[in-house]
Design a protein around this ligand. Structure first.
Ligand code: DAT
Length: 176
């Protein structure tokens, strides 16, 4: 069965603005914001935190089974918000938005969040080395991966307009 609403991944290094975008996009489109980090925490799909980086050691099999049970693939209409993207099966996903941020801006956002030492360094390196963009390009077809800047509030506004338009077009193309 074909889905009536698209599934969108919003990904990028922590602090680039995934939650900001996903929440506003959900409000504007009626699609559902799925905070994967929240699910990992709430459902306990992890084996604790990495001592040095403080990030969850995620049990991806359990996470995927959970999402599969919720029938994300056929239902459609999910905005998957996570700092990784290549675990979602290609057939589930219609658009992958990779948010990017200037490194001095990101540094300020992450330090404001209390990140320091190895956790801060790793995330800064990840953004500078465009790890998530490469991951997205490797895992999905080139034409469904878009890279968008998220330095300012104006960027958020422009990005949302663009994604909302994309959602409308997708729906028109998949009517009937
Ligand atoms: P993420 O979900 O990627 O970790 P977030 O949405 O929680 O990021 O944003 C982190 C912080 O930065 C938060 O205080 C909101 C702010 N922020 C995000 N994107 C922004 C943008 N484009 N312009 C201004 N502030 C932004």
């Amino acid at each position: 069965m074909a889905r009536k609403n698209p599934n969108i991944v919003i990904t990028g290094t922590p602090g680039v603005g995934k939650t900001t975008h996903a929440e506003q996009l959900a409000r504007a489109t009626g699609l559902k914001h799925v905070s994967v980090n929240q699910i990992v925490k709430d459902e306990g799909f992890h084996e604790g935190k990495d001592e040095e980086t403080g990030s969850w050691i995620v049990d991806e099999d359990k996470l995927l089974d959970y999402l599969e049970e919720r029938n994300i693939s056929e239902e459609g209409g999910s905005i998957l918000d996570w700092h990784a993207c290549d675990l979602f099966p290609e057939r589930w996903i219609d658009l992958v938005v990779v948010l990017r941020c200037d490194s001095t801006v990101l540094y300020d956002r992450l330090t404001a969040r209390g990140y320091k030492d190895k956790k801060l360094d790793e995330n800064m390196d990840s953004e500078i080395m465009q790890v998530l963009l490469d991951e997205a390009r490797e895992a999905y077809k080139e034409e469904i991966v878009v890279e968008l800047r998220s330095d300012s509030a104006d960027d958020v506004e422009g990005n949302l307009e663009r994604i909302e338009q994309w959602v409308e077009n997708w729906k028109k193309d998949h009517e009937g």
